[in-house]
Design a binder for this molecule. Structure first.
Ligand code: ADP
Ligand code: MG
Length: 365
């Protein structure tokens, strides 16, 4: 039987640039979600290895959405949207199984949604193509679940390539693979999941987004992406609100850092990426103010242990930190984070190294 696998992702650099029409540089992870579809006779059912019970929908029920547990919305959302689009969806049993930790900022939701959408695309002969798969996966999260994600997660999960990061332009949703193979330079990408609870993340995210849109209006540009690095000083001088100034400085310099990172990777200068990652963290901490003590502590511990660079990844207020570390120093760097967390009285972090893995694909089982 064929399953469809879609990975989680980690963003190497480019945070809160997506909704400003800017640039991001995620990569697909080896961990992901597998979706298996099998024929059914009476309606639809959804099972997740990670959730108790089975969610059943009666034959007449694809337009009614009440009483669906939140997690099943990520799966049934694709069926609802296809049904709304006039697609005849036959009865199916849908089974999902994921090893992406949920809510850690590694995009377990995109892994789940993209694997379901790819499986449905093949099973129903939809032939959505790359743009259609991306559009439907985004609609599931934005419209069915109601999560205001910008599309990076789905781009990385669908289009990631082994040994490559994915340089994405979030204005037109185009992407290009860029070599990213730290092992070839004797380096490793170390991930520290701080397991910090996401505090006020939704409200803070909305406030940053509103602030960026307000700044773009005041600067009379369609989005902050349109403020070039050379125009930054003039833009800052024309704003009268210090908070908006900090937001603009983060977004404009972060876009520039993504472009710099892409140039470095294309030139094979991986070690030089380190300071760019650390500068991104400082910008998120001091200007955009989306870090929390756990992630700042992890970054400091990693840099103190000799990492070439380190930064929080993801929307902020918790989640994961990434660091570029010499292969021989991975264990010491991990110990440094554990020690710092223990000293600070934080919970145990989870540490692992990550390599850039392929995007969504069929798996014969
Ligand atoms: P992230 O994408 O960063 O992991 P989200 O809050 O966007 O965090 O998505 C997490 C949600 O996705 C979970 O709360 C759950 O509803 C759903 N989800 C993810 N993986 C699974 C799974 N294997 N089975 C059921 N639901 C899942
Ligand atoms: Mg998500």
């Amino acid at each position: 039987m064929t399953s469809w696998f879609a990975p989680g992702r980690i963003n190497l650099i480019g945070e809160h640039t997506d909704y400003n029409d800017g640039f991001v540089l995620p990569m697909a992870l080896p961990m992901g979600c597998a979706t298996t579809l099998s024929p059914a006779t009476d309606g639809w059912s959804v099972v997740s290895v990670q959730e108790p019970g089975e969610v059943r929908v009666r034959r007449s029920g694809l337009s009614g959405r009440d009483d669906t547990p939140d997690w099943a919305t990520y799966v049934l959302g694709a069926l609802w949207l296809l049904h709304d689009d006039g697609v005849e969806v036959p009865p199916l049993r849908i089974e999902v199984d994921s090893d992406v930790p949920s809510g850690a900022g590694l995009s377990s939701s995109a892994a789940l949604v993209c694997s379901v959408v790819c499986a449905l695309d093949e099973r129903l002969g939809l032939d959505l193509g790359p743009a259609g798969l991306l559009a439907l996966s985004r609609r599931v999260e934005n419209d069915a679940v109601g999560a205001p994600t910008g599309g990076m997660d789905q781009l990385a999960s669908l289009r990631g390539e082994e040994g490559h990061a994915l340089f994405c332009d979030m204005r037109d949703l185009t992407s290009q693979s860029v070599p990213f193979d730290p092992g070839a330079s004797g380096l490793a990408l170390l991930v520290a999941d701080t397991r910090a609870p996401h505090r006020h993340a939704d409200g803070e995210y909305a406030a940053r987004r509103r602030g960026c849109e307000q700044a773009a209006r005041q600067l009379d540009v369609p989005a902050l992406r349109d403020v070039g690095a050379d125009d930054l000083d003039a833009a800052l001088a024309s704003l009268d609100d210090d908070e908006l100034r900090r937001y603009v400085r983060h977004v404009v310099t972060e876009d520039a850092r993504v472009l710099e990172a892409v140039d470095l990777l294309r030139d094979g200068r991986l070690a030089d990426l380190g300071p760019v990652l650390s500068a991104s963290h400082a910008s998120m901490r001091d200007d955009f103010r989306i870090t929390v003590p756990e992630v700042d502590t992890a970054v400091e511990a990693l840099l103190g242990a000799g990492a070439l660079g380190a930064r929080m990844t993801g929307g902020g207020f918790g989640g994961c930190v990434i660091a570029l570390v010499a292969e021989g120093e991975v264990d010491a760097a991990g110990d440094a984070v554990r020690g710092a967390f223990s000293d600070a009285g934080f919970g145990e972090p989870e540490l692992f190294t990550a390599s850039a893995a392929p995007g969504a694909h069929a798996v014969e089982g």
